[in-house]
Design a binder for this molecule. Structure first.
Ligand SMILES: *Cc1c(COP(=O)(O)O)cnc(C)c1O
Length: 386
């Protein structure tokens, strides 16, 4: 058996509580970022071609949302404008010190043509939590959600309707003030861009192979690991390269304090399924990103009567439990890829195969069933955009 420190399930986190506050209808939020139509949008034929051959993050829609914050004035200049390159001073602080935050959330087309998103207040509250950590200004949660409404309404024809397809929305904010001194910027720009995205796994759920990084950590105690900020991704690229060279798809990071416990992948949380059907995931230590997918899966599994715990999971214990058969599945989860089985763990002194995918497939079906409107939405997570 593992030597994991089991604790009682924690109280809902501030983010989980914020996420559950109801959102006013999209009709009542629409228009906060007035539309100034792109007068050279993609032609219907160009758009159709783009939507036929979907990759991740390569094609963008006709519009983007913009707002600018200045110290003293707050957020102003709101609009939905033509998508296009930015003019940025080479002295803009983002380019030097990386003061930025971002989000990732999807718009899903349902069979009746309507377009929905999933728990938008979760992402809005998290963008603000990330902004606080990065000393960036917050924006009213309902303004953030309104920006998604306005962009998706302007570009609704870009929401694909095929299986597993979506319009990926990327809100982000960064220090645009031209200033090389080191302090929080007094001018910040907020944008939302949108990219039609295909099914992450066109050939079905394919197990990932994971490289466990011993040399590098993603985040440390007191660092920025709980914030969705570009720097965390920048520091994960070298270990990711190491993973690729070792023939693996993704990296799993261990905690920086002890180097023994599982934290998460570069952009996805991780979960472990025991042979008795219970599920464990690393507890939120402050250096783990609090995923909406992670939180929703915990709820859905508990709804099914499964035991789900947030606890310390040591790499050593996990490897022993995979060897003994106590652990039957490991999977990763996040908005972009949804739910992905992990079939192999590798790394210095690490080699393990995991063959089970039953619970992983089940949770993938439950979650995407809600998101695409194929299943009832008992928690009111879906929000109609248009
Ligand atoms: C965005 C992200 C996740 C997943 O969060 P979701 O809200 O589920 O998309 C997990 N880990 C990291 C590091 C992330 O940036």
């Amino acid at each position: 058996m593992t030597a994991t420190a089991s604790r009682p399930d924690p109280q809902p986190t501030p983010l989980a509580r914020a996420a559950d506050v109801p959102v006013p209808s999209a009709d009542s939020l629409a228009g906060r970022f007035p539309l100034n139509r792109n007068d050279t949008p993609a032609s219907p034929a160009q758009r159709a071609r783009a939507l036929e051959d979907l990759h991740f993050g390569t094609t963008f829609t006709d519009h983007m949302v913009h707002a600018r914050w200045t110290q003293g004035e707050g957020w102003g200049r709101r609009g939905t404008i033509a998508y296009g390159d930015l003019a940025l001073s080479p002295a803009a602080a983002i380019l030097h010190y990386g003061q930025e935050v971002f989000e990732g959330i999807k718009a899903y087309r349902h069979r009746d043509g309507s377009v929905w998103t999933f728990r938008p207040r979760y992402n809005a509250a998290r963008l603000n939590a990330s902004a606080r950590r990065m000393a960036l200004p917050e924006m009213e949660e309902e303004d953030i959600i309104a920006s998604l409404v306005d962009l998706v309404r302007a570009d609704h024809e870009w929401v694909p309707g095929g299986a597993g397809e979506s319009l990926y929305l990327r809100p982000f904010a960064f220090a645009s003030e031209p200033f090389l001194g080191v302090r929080p910027a007094r001018q910040v720009d907020y944008y939302v861009i949108a990219s039609p995205a295909g099914n992450y796994f066109p050939h079905g759920l394919e197990p990932l192979s994971i490289w466990v990084s011993r040399e590098y950590h993603r985040a440390g105690p007191g660092g920025t690991g709980a914030a969705k900020t570009g720097g965390n991704y920048a520091s994960s690229l070298l270990p990711q390269q190491e993973a690729h060279e070792a023939g693996c798809d993704q990296v799993c990071f261990l905690d920086a304090a002890t180097g023994q416990n599982l934290e998460e992948l570069g952009g996805m949380n991780i979960m472990v399924v025991d042979a008795d059907g219970s599920v464990r995931t690393p507890r939120l230590t402050g250096s783990i990103l609090e995923g909406a997918t992670r939180a929703s899966i915990i709820t859905l599994l508990r709804d099914e009567g499964r035991r789900v715990t947030e606890e310390t999971i040591s790499l050593q214990g996990l490897l022993e439990d995979i060897g003994s058969g106590r652990v039957s599945e490991v999977f990763a989860c996040g908005t972009a890829a949804v739910v992905v089985p992990i079939g192999r763990l590798a790394g210095p002194g690490v080699e393990a195969e995991i063959t089970g995918t039953e619970v992983t497939r089940r949770i993938h079906e439950l979650l995407t069933g809600i998101q695409y409107g194929r299943r009832p939405d008992p928690h009111g997570w879906m929000y109609r955009l248009t």
